[in-house]
Ligand binder design. Structure first.
Ligand code: GRF
Length: 204
């Protein structure tokens, strides 16, 4: 059984998917803390609903990024978290934070990485005219939206898609692969070798 810390900035649908998965009796994880950097983010109310400790940390209150991250990392450690799951956390994390949790930070991104890194991945996919996009769960490294890929799910782009419609369909897949990736991690099924994630044969 692992403890999971979620960091999020907004709506919190991925947070909710993870919190829901964690309610299943045989699921190997518990969400022990939510950290949010936006005061009125809906994800904070969601944490309350699930009875999960939620903290709003105001980045403006800290002298610099390092102090903000150090406070967040201390809270995560105080909640005994084994894994940090970034779920729509709209802030770049520095090497300091990443080194505090080596190979223990995951992120979800709304494209099939390495395509369409950064913000507005769904809009970029529409502009590029790709026929298939999707979402990716990966371990976090110092490079933006890079790091060993754990799982991906494809989503077909439709002729009449707009950003909102496409994002909604991608999110549905996110809500499946994020809890599943965390579950694989918690069961000790993931191995990182030469920058690639391997799912152990006994877990497939
Ligand atoms: C998702 O699209 C995720 O891929 C991206 O941020 C969004 C978060 O959505 N990293 P939500 O707050 O989980 O609903």
């Amino acid at each position: 059984m692992i403890n999971i810390a979620v960091m999020a900035s907004g709506r919190g649908s991925n947070f909710e998917a993870i919190a829901r998965a964690a309610l299943k009796p045989d699921w190997p994880g518990k969400v022990s803390v939510l950290i949010c950097d936006r005061e009125k983010a809906p994800v904070l109310e969601k944490a309350e609903r699930f009875n999960i400790d939620g903290y709003y940390l105001d980045p403006g209150e800290y002298g610099d990024r390092r102090q903000f991250e150090s406070e967040a990392a201390d809270l995560i450690a105080a909640h005994d978290a084994d894994l940090v799951a970034l779920a729509g956390f709209m802030r770049l994390l520095s090497p300091y934070f990443i080194e505090r949790f080596p190979d223990r930070i995951m992120n979800i991104h709304p494209s099939l990485l390495p395509a369409f890194r950064g913000l507005k991945a769904q809009k970029k996919a529409l502009e590029a005219g790709v026929k298939v996009t999707g979402c990716t769960v990966h371990f976090v490294t110092e490079e933006l939206d890079e790091g060993p890929i754990i799982m991906q799910a494809p989503v077909k782009v439709k002729e009449d898609d707009d950003e909102e419609k496409l994002s909604r369909r991608i999110r549905r897949q996110e809500h499946l692969i994020y809890p599943r990736s965390i579950e694989l991690y918690a069961r000790g099924c993931l191995e990182i070798r030469e920058g690639k994630v391997r799912i152990k044969p006994s877990c497939r």
